[in-house]
Design a protein around this ligand. Structure first.
Ligand SMILES: *[C@@H]1O[C@H](CO)[C@@H](O)[C@H](O)[C@H]1NC(C)=O
Ligand SMILES: *[C@@H]1O[C@H](CO)[C@@H](O)[C@H](O)[C@H]1NC(C)=O
Ligand SMILES: [Mn+2]
Length: 400
């Protein structure tokens, strides 16, 4: 009897607790109220959105995380952010292996007010494209040759998929748009978060596999086409591939379209005038950083568009193209650069160009200010890039 009573009592108590728990819960703030910021409804600025901006696990712009290289390896998307945490090709300050994490941290606020890009009149987060953060490529810090292969295969594994969204039909003729790739498939666009600039050699190998030779728009204070004997001295075959020579190798391999590629924001010192002759041979035109004082951002945009024409283009942005006053946290800072505003204006001026993929490299967050100046600049620059991408499908040139 004693035993039975105890059991009955225990059941009663348990039931009572369950009930009181339910009643308490009714008074509680529900915990599933948080919307992802990229789902925010215009105008999007409300407490619910703001809360998840600074909480939770950080992806680029709080986009959904897909494990594209592992368990989600069959996932399709239209634009993917992908980290390449590699910095063992750096000549001066190391630390860009923390670039992907830093840029993601700097990007948290991108959708706080909804993500509508006023000058470009588009919200890339609500453009109908599927945009995801694929995390980072696993990159060994112990063996550059191996790491460079990992980056190529990681990038290719994403690039060789089809897009999530169909390419669609021409708005004028109603005819289906024709993809610009070699295999006639519509490939997604990858925005790689560096990493030092060496990563662009394996990325261009990947790009070549989908598009063949490609025109390159390159913003940087340095040429990065240096011959290995000039930059780094090439004491070994591996040392010859670094963040000052990767474009030399890309050009030697025939990955870059000669004459329709261009550097912007150049202001480095040289080993001598021969560096420019070598740069010409590598297939690049040049815009010096100081030209902004005479021809302005409009003149720079015109020069770039004239060089590239309507060809598909790969866009590579070294954060050191921006002046260290605005972006100090980088491997080889050079004074006399463009402001963040000027670079963003120039990037918006690329609206309509068929940018097949892009990167932002050389962010080394350890040298940043506590205010996250550099990582914020990097994130905002990529916001312009994704906005331009979202506006322009990768279709064969139709004169409009
Ligand atoms: C595109 O055109 C094809 C016919 O060529 C049609 O079947 C398809 O529905 C169209 N798609 C859209 C999105 O309008
Ligand atoms: C690019 O073209 C220039 C001018 O014709 C030439 O001197 C150079 O060798 C070419 N470079 C490559 C990599 O083909
Ligand atoms: Mn560079």
């Amino acid at each position: 009897m004693q035993f039975m009573n105890a059991v009955v009592y225990a059941v009663l108590v348990a039931t009572a607790f369950a009930h009181s728990g339910q009643n308490d819960h009714a008074d509680q703030m529900p915990l599933d109220y948080v919307k992802y910021p990229y789902q925010a409804v215009y105008p999007g600025d409300n407490e619910v959105t703001a809360d998840s901006i600074f909480s939770g696990i950080t992806t680029f712009a709080k986009l959904p995380w897909h494990q594209c290289l592992t368990k989600d390896k069959d996932d399709l998307f239209d634009i993917a952010f992908l980290g390449a945490p590699f910095d063992t090709g750096t000549s001066y300050r190391p630390g860009a292996r923390f670039g992907p994490a830093g840029i993601r941290a700097g990007s948290r606020r991108l959708t706080l007010y909804g993500g509508y890009n006023v000058p470009l009149a588009i919200n890339p987060f609500q453009s109908g494209l599927k945009i995801v953060d694929c995390g980072d490529i696993p990159v060994t810090p112990y063996d550059n040759q191996h790491a460079i292969k990992q980056i190529e295969y990681g990038h290719k594994s994403l690039l060789q998929r089809s897009t999530f969204s169909p390419l669609g039909n021409d708005s004028v003729t109603g005819e289906p748009l024709v993809p610009i790739s070699l295999d006639g498939k519509n490939h997604p666009r990858i925005i790689t978060l560096g990493g030092d600039h060496t990563i662009v050699l394996p990325i261009l190998r990947s790009i070549y596999s989908a598009y063949g030779q490609i025109s390159v728009i390159h913003f940087d204070s340095h040429l990065d086409t240096w011959k290995p004997a000039v930059f780094g001295g090439a004491p070994s075959a591996q040392a010859a591939i670094n963040h000052g020579t990767y474009f030399y190798w890309a050009s030697q391999e025939g990955l870059i379209k000669n004459g329709s590629s261009i550097h912007g924001a150049i202001r480095t010192t040289l080993s001598g005038p021969a560096d420019y002759i070598n740069d010409d041979d590598s297939g690049f035109q040049r815009i010096e950083a100081r030209e902004i004082d005479t021809i302005g951002t409009d003149g720079i945009i015109q020069k770039i568009r004239k060089t590239v024409g309507d060809k598909p283009v790969y866009l590579s942005i070294d954060i050191d193209s921006i002046d260290p006053a605005f972006a100090p946290a980088t491997g080889t800072p050079e004074t006399g650069g463009w402001s963040t505003r000027e670079l963003r204006t120039i990037l918006r001026g690329l609206d309509g160009l068929k940018i097949v993929s892009a990167d932002l490299v050389e962010v080394a967050p350890a040298y940043d200010t506590n205010a996250e100046l550099t990582t914020m600049a990097a994130a905002d620059v990529l916001f312009e890039v994704m906005s331009v991408m979202a506006k322009t499908p990768l279709e064969d040139a139709i004169v409009k």
